[in-house]
Design a protein around this ligand. Sequence first.
Ligand code: SF4
Length: 453
Amino acid sequence: MCGIIGIFNNDKAAELAALGLFAEQHRGQESCGMAVNDGKIIKLRKKMGLVKDVFTPEKLKILQGKIAIGHVRYPTRGTSSIYNSQPYIVETLSGPSYALSSNGDIINYKEIRQELEAKGVYFSSKNEGELILKYIVFYVEKEGYSIIDSIKKMMKNIKGAFSAVLATKEALYMFRDPYAFRPMTYGKTKEGSVVVASESCALDILYMDWKKEIKPAEIIIVNKNGIESIENNPNDFRVTSTEKHCIFEHIYFSRPDSFIFKENVYQVRQKIGNLIAEDDDINADVVVPVPDSSNIIALGYARKRNIPFEFGLIRNHYVGRTFIQPEQTIRDESVFQKFNPLPNFFEGKIVVMIDDSIVRGTTLRKLTKLIKHAGAKEVHLRIGSPPVKNSCFYGIDTPTQKELIANNKSIEEIKDFMGADSLKYLTIEQLRKTVKEPENFCYACFDGNYPVR
Ligand code: SF4
């Protein structure tokens, strides 16, 4: 999971891009970068670290230009290194320059890379963004394709998830894979600049006049003539008859104030909470979320069951998201740095603790122990998604299948491992009820039905 931003036609393009990236910081905290076009050259700054530290006002002053693209990264393909951070740029001898940011992952990465390397294309990283950029540039510069035709060729041959923005010296191109796995929204600001971002929350901060989601396989060109949309038939490029949005974006990844895949994330999370509550009969004293990603699910559950909702666990916001940290050792240590129980709160209480998902199970096990140690009489775990049994190949860093707890243990065994008094997951049937167009979603990490392999 990563976040992208693109700005066209704004004298303060870099500042706006930094604001957008800051709003998308939850999508990646490992590195960030920006490429800014001043009409002559594309300047690039990328660094390990957070947006506020990398793009200080002093650094933004150097990045002058009217077109900017940016990226926040959380690693999937390639190691945690600056070489794998985005955006990527290509300068050509004939003059044009290209810069690209993308969110997603490519299934046939190895095959496509070998194909390009055999034709003399050089790679400096193992990142899917560099592959997409170099593919497009190769067919434009060496084979005489237009940029649009090259993007279409890329859509036909590169399989997987990509929501991407490409900048040249004159234009911004935005495009999305035919399955539309990852979210992507664009719009126009009140002053006439065009902005594109992974999540709508990044556009809200920039005061938009209007905004809309980019369609599957759609390519949008923004240049001095305005905005042009090329609506391709996604079925020309994919093997499924519908789009396959990542349902996990609604469960966990996206911000609750974002509007993605035609729905409000907040409302979907409330429905998840309502549905887990529907057939539950635990007589609890309090409902406690694992903050922050489970807050709204827990609120939906508590309201439906008429049980008090309380923030019994306090989160330290200066520690990164647990799931998002690349190293297991860092993850383990951060659980206790990150959560602390309220003093004198849990004693003698029957607690329903809500989490959005269980991946390895390490965090929730420690939290259950923490709450019991704080005096809870019983801890009942309710999970806002079905058991995660399969790895993701579309841009989410789920561990290997053997590391997924639901792949190795039954629900009863997981409950015992957690030290909980009971454990209940949302079912896939219930999850499908939380969105308006359930057939348009990917559920592969739960049911193993991968839309494309
Ligand atoms: S496999 Fe899971 S995480 Fe990956 S795209 Fe599908 S639903 Fe999302």
